[in-house]
Design a protein around this ligand. Structure first.
Ligand SMILES: Cc1ncc(COP(=O)(O)O)c(C=O)c1O
Length: 374
């Protein structure tokens, strides 16, 4: 029903992804996609804009009801009422504010989403970074390493689930282990679930549903940015079941300010009216993932890559073709703009955003192959 191969020129649209380096480059870096948003989003925004008046918003209950229904239907997760939810301006500012709770160090795994790694530092708090276990490009949480690294003054554990950039959808058993680790060390768990709608294999489990400790000691963060390609009219929110914790988060996040009408309208349209669109998007992205993996195997047999359970962000190591073959190399020699693994705490790897038309992906692979093989 929806055409994800439709050609849309994003150059000169104030697009961070496309306009930063300009038309000479194919941009497969920052995590927004090149697809038109669901029609329900455009319709709702148009209707609201045509009204022509943008006074202070009375948020109302509709957005909360839509979100609660979504969680019940998608994740079998009950959010009893809106007191568990706080709308925020984005996941990243919420990550930073959360690091102030408890007043100590934070701990997480690497590689990890760059802004998650930097969030505590931006709020003046130290982040302890512990490598994930990597066995033949299958990543998992190394609890022995976490035990060795955690300190008495560590207060927050940052989880990224599904994990950007290694594409893992953590299992219930793994999440229970996270909860047990947090309980043992009296940690708050901040779970960044930005990619939870883009899952190909496994089932996403919201952290706050894992067990009693997880429910009472967590801040779980969501947005519709990845799901419906609306990061610039985002609807982001925190789920915080514990009342006292919610009060602390709201107090520390006072500067977040109020929510905005276009974001709320887009939120209602994405979570309330775009389920079919999302199913088709997932099918398109999954086919792109399979295509990319196949092409990597045949064109670049010396490349190592992760089989993604989630996300539209492939994590690839091309150094089998020479130590210098990294993001910078492809930018210079192929004019393909990829994300540098260094930003995620791991040198050498590149991250390839395949949420684009198949034709663009193919063109990028052609250029990358030519750059390596001449
Ligand atoms: C793990 C993760 N968290 C958060 C974000 C961004 O947050 P938001 O959706 O609020 O823009 C991203 C964007 O790439 C991400 O990958």
């Amino acid at each position: 029903m929806y055409d994800f191969d439709k050609e849309i020129n994003r150059l000169n649209t104030h697009s961070y992804k496309w306009d930063l380096l300009g038309e000479e480059y194919l941009p497969l870096w920052v995590a927004d996609s090149d697809f038109e948003v669901p029609p329900a989003v455009t319709e709702r925004l148009k209707k609201r804009i045509e009204h022509g008046i943008f006074g202070y918003l009375l948020t109302g209950n509709e957005i909360y009801d839509v979100l609660r229904k979504w969680f019940r239907e998608e994740y079998n997760a009950v959010i009893p009422d809106k007191s568990w939810m706080k709308l925020v301006p984005g996941i990243v500012p919420a990550l930073a504010v959360a690091s102030n709770i408890g007043g100590g160090k934070s701990i997480t795994n690497i590689p990890n989403y760059c802004n998650l790694l930097e969030a505590p530092g931006s709020a003046g708090n130290e982040m302890i970074k512990v490598p994930l276990r990597n066995v033949e490009e299958y990543y998992s949480i190394d609890f022995d390493a976490l035990e060795a690294a955690v300190t008495e003054d560590t207060k927050v554990f940052y989880l990224c689930n599904p994990h950007n950039p290694v594409g893992r959808v953590y299992t219930l058993e793994e999440l229970r282990q996270v909860s047990a680790f947090a309980k043992k060390h009296h940690l708050l768990v901040v779970s960044d679930e930005a990619h939870c709608e883009i899952v190909y294999e496994g089932k996403h489990i919201p952290f706050f549903t894992v067990d009693d400790y997880a429910r009472e000691h967590s801040i779980t963060l969501y947005s519709n940015g990845k799901m419906c390609n609306v990061p610039d009219v985002i609807l982001a929110f925190a789920v915080i079941p514990n009342k006292e914790l919610m009060q602390t988060f709201e107090r520390l996040g006072y500067a977040f300010g109020e929510e905005h009408v276009l974001n709320v309208e887009a939120g209602i349209a994405t979570y309330g009216e775009s389920g079919e669109w999302k199913a088709e998007l997932l099918a398109y992205l999954k086919a792109n993932r399979d295509y990319l993996e196949q092409e990597l195997r045949t064109r670049f047999p010396k490349a190592k890559f992760v089989h993604l359970e989630s996300t539209f962000l492939a994590w690839v190591d091309f150094r089998g073709y020479g130590e210098q073959v990294d993001a910078k190399y492809f930018r210079k020699n192929a004019k393909v703009f990829l994300t540098d693994g260094k930003d995620f705490g791991k040198e050498g790897y590149v991250r390839i955003n395949f949420a684009t038309r198949r034709a663009i992906l193919t063109e990028a692979l052609n250029k990358m192959e030519k750059a390596i093989k001449g």
